[in-house]
Design a protein around this ligand. Structure first.
Ligand SMILES: Cc1cc2nc3c(=O)[nH]c(=O)nc-3n(C[C@H](O)[C@H](O)[C@H](O)COP(=O)(O)OP(=O)(O)OC[C@H]3O[C@@H](n4cnc5c(N)ncnc54)[C@H](O)[C@@H]3O)c2cc1C
Length: 500
C-alpha cells in the first residue's frame, strides 16, 4: 500500500469514516490509515473491572499537561476511533450554536456556516448511524427535514418515573437521540455497558460498524491498521501534501489527503509537519493550529434514593435542555443534562478510593446516573503543542466554569425535588479529553482559522481536516453527529470538485 492513492484518509473514527463514506462512490482509490487495530469482540468488552479498573482498552501513551505533569489520557485508538467506546448519544447542535452567543464566561463565536447548511447532512448522518429519537420533543431542537430513522428508545420503569417527576416541576425532559440497534431485528440487548464500553454485539452505532465496514465492501477502498501517521510531507512549493510518513519511517503517497486523527492528534500531526515554507507546521500560517482546544465542562451526578435499589440496566434514554439557551430565568446559557450509562462499583474505585468497597457498591446499586455538560469557550492559550521528542502537551484552560457550577447546582436541586435525597457530583478530570475539539478551526479568514468552510486548509491545495478539530465553538451537546455531518458535507464537496 505504498503506491499513489487518489485519497489518503488518516484516522478511521467518526470524521474519517464519514468522509470515506461520502468519497467511496466516486470510485477513487482510497486508503484509510488507522493507528490502532480492530477492537476485538470478547467477553471483557462488558466487564467493568477490565474496562474501568484495569483500563485495558485505553491507550498507554503519556501526554503532558500545562504544568509539566505526565498523564495517561483517555484515548482509544481503534478502527472506529473514540466511537468504539462512546455513549451513542447523537445530538444535532442547536440552530443557536451556529451564531455568536454570550455566555457567563465570554463569547461563543459564530460558525462560518449556518444550521440550515448542515441540516441535510445531519439527516444523512442520523440515517447512517440509525439514530432513535422523537422529533419535536426537545424544546431547543432545531428544525428537521424529517423524523428520526427510528422511534425513541423506551424508558425503563425507573426513568419513566423520573421523567414524570421532572415534568411535575415544570421541566420538559425528552427522549435522548441515541444510535443503538434497539428496534425490530436490532441486536441491542439494553445492557448496562453502553457508555464507555465497546459493544460485544456490534449493536452500538459506532464508526466501525456503521461507516468503515460498509465502505470496505467496495474494492476501491482499503484500510490499513496499525499505521500511525507521524507527519505529512509536502512538495517543494509547500502547496501540496505528497505523502503521509508513518511512525516506522515508510511513506504512503497520494493526490489528496484528509486528516481525521481526532482534534488532539490532527493538530499534533500538523505541528510535527515542519517544512521550509511552513516553519511552524503545515496549515499553520495563521499560528492557530493547536490553539482554541475545547473539551466540555462535564460532571457526573449520582442521584440516590436510599430505599430504592435501581436494578435496571439500560438507563441512557432521557435528557433535559431547559437550561440550554438560558438559565431558565433569562440569564446566560448553562448547558445540557442527560442520563449517563449505569455507574458500577469498579467505575467508582479510582474516583472515591477512601470509600469502602461495600459502600461504593451500595451507592452504585441505588443510583440513577446523570451527566451535566456545559460549553467550554475557545481560548487561544488553551492549546496542543508538541515537544521536540514528539510528546504531546495538552494545556487545557477550562472556561465558563461558573456557568457549569450553576448548572450542577440546579441539577442537584431538581433531583432532590424529584425524590433523590442524596445527590453526589464529581467533575470529569482534565485527563479525559472525550469531547476534544477546536484545534484546527474552520472559518472564512485565513488569519483566524486554518481551514475554510469546507474544511480545506487555506494554505494548501490538497489537504482537508474533517474530525472534531474544525469546531469554532464546542456547543453543549455531544459532538459526534456534528463531526459526521460536516465530514459528509466536506466529502460531498471533495467528490464534486476534486474527483469528478
Ligand atoms: C468514553 C467516551 C464517550 C463518548 N460518548 C459520546 C456520545 O455519547 N456522543 C457523542 O456525540 N460523542 C461521544 N464521545 C465523543 C466522540 O466519540 C467523538 O466526538 C468522536 O469520535 C470524534 O470523532 P473524530 O473523528 O474527531 O475522532 P475519533 O472518532 O476519535 O477518530 C480519530 C481516529 O484517528 C486515529 N488516529 C489517531 N492518531 C492517528 C495517527 N497518528 N495516525 C493514524 N490514525 C490516527 C484514532 O485511532 C481514531 O481511530 C465520547 C467519547 C468517549 C471517549
Amino acid at each position: 500500500m505504498s503506491g499513489g492513492f487518489d485519497v489518503v484518509v488518516i484516522g478511521s473514527g467518526v470524521g474519517g469514516g464519514a468522509v470515506a463514506h461520502a468519497l467511496a462512490p466516486t470510485g477513487a482509490r482510497i486508503a484509510i490509515l488507522e493507528r490502532g487495530a480492530r477492537l476485538p469482540r470478547e467477553d471483557r468488552n462488558w466487564d467493568p473491572e477490565a474496562v474501568y479498573a484495569d483500563a485495558v482498552y485505553k491507550s498507554d501513551e503519556r501526554w503532558v499537561d500545562g504544568t509539566g505533569r505526565a498523564f495517561r489520557p483517555g484515548q482509544f485508538y481503534y478502527v472506529g476511533g473514540h466511537s468504539k467506546v462512546f455513549g451513542a448519544t447523537m445530538f444535532r447542535f442547536r440552530r443557536e450554536d451556529f451564531s455568536a452567543m454570550e455566555h457567563a464566561g465570554g463569547l461563543s463565536p459564530a460558525w462560518p456556516i449556518d444550521y440550515e447548511t448542515l441540516e441535510p447532512y445531519y439527516a444523512r448522518a442520523e440515517r447512517l448511524f440509525g439514530v432513535h429519537g422523537e422529533a419535536g420533543a426537545d424544546p431547543t431542537e432545531p428544525p428537521r427535514s424529517g423524523p428520526y430513522p427510528h422511534p425513541p428508545l423506551r424508558h425503563n420503569p425507573v426513568i419513566a418515573e423520573v421523567a414524570e417527576r421532572l415534568r411535575a416541576q415544570g421541566l420538559r425532559p425528552f427522549p435522548m437521540p441515541t444510535s443503538v440497534q434497539d428496534h425490530d431485528g436490532g441486536a441491542c440487548v439494553r445492557c448496562n455497558t453502553c457508555d464507555g464500553f465497546p459493544c460485544r454485539l456490534g449493536a452500538k452505532g459506532d464508526a466501525e460498524t456503521r461507516l468503515i465496514d460498509p465502505v470496505l465492501q467496495r474494492e476501491n477502498v482499503s484500510l490499513r491498521t496499525e499505521a500511525q501517521v507521524a507527519r505529512l510531507l509536502a512538495d517543494a512549493s509547500g502547496r501540496r501534501v505528497v505523502a503521509a510518513e508513518l511512525a516506522d519511517g515508510t511513506e504512503v503517497r497520494g493526490d489528496l489527503f484528509v486528516l481525521a486523527a481526532g482534534a488532539v492528534n490532527s493538530a499534533a500531526i500538523l505541528l510535527r509537519s515542519v517544512h521550509a515554507k511552513h516553519p511552524d507546521g503545515l496549515a499553520n500560517a495563521s499560528g492557530m493550529v493547536g490553539r482554541h482546544y475545547m473539551n466540555h465542562n462535564c460532571t457526573a451526578v449520582m442521584a440516590i434514593r436510599p430505599l430504592h435499589a435501581n436494578r435496571e440496566a439500560f438507563q441512557k434514554t432521557l435528557a433535559l435542555n431547559d437550561f440550554y439557551l438560558d438559565d431558565g430565568e433569562g440569564g446566560p446559557p448553562l448547558g445540557n443534562v442527560q442520563l449517563l450509562g449505569k455507574i458500577m462499583e469498579p467505575m467508582l474505585r479510582s474516583e472515591i478510593r477512601a470509600v469502602p468497597r461495600w459502600a461504593r457498591a451500595w451507592l452504585a446499586a441505588h443510583s440513577v446516573d446523570w451527566y451535566a455538560m456545559s460549553e467550554d469557550l475557545p481560548h487561544p492559550d488553551s492549546r496542543v503543542t508538541v515537544r521536540g521528542d514528539g510528546t504531546i502537551v495538552l494545556d487545557w484552560r477550562r472556561t465558563n466554569v461558573a456557568a457549569h457550577a450553576t448548572l450542577v447546582a440546579k441539577v442537584r436541586t431538581l433531583l432532590r425535588a424529584a425524590g433523590f435525597s442524596i445527590v453526589l457530583t464529581r467533575a470529569f478530570s482534565k485527563d479525559t479529553p472525550s469531547h476534544q475539539c477546536g484545534t484546527v478551526r474552520f472559518g472564512h479568514d485565513p488569519a483566524e482559522a486554518p481551514l475554510d468552510p469546507f474544511c480545506k486548509a487555506h494554505d494548501l491545495d490538497n489537504l482537508y481536516v474533517v474530525d472534531a478539530s474544525f469546531f469554532p465553538s464546542s456547543a453543549a451537546v455531544n459532538p459526534a453527529l456534528t463531526v459526521a455531518a460536516q465530514a459528509l458535507r466536506a466529502g460531498e464537496h471533495i467528490a464534486a470538485t476534486r474527483l469528478h
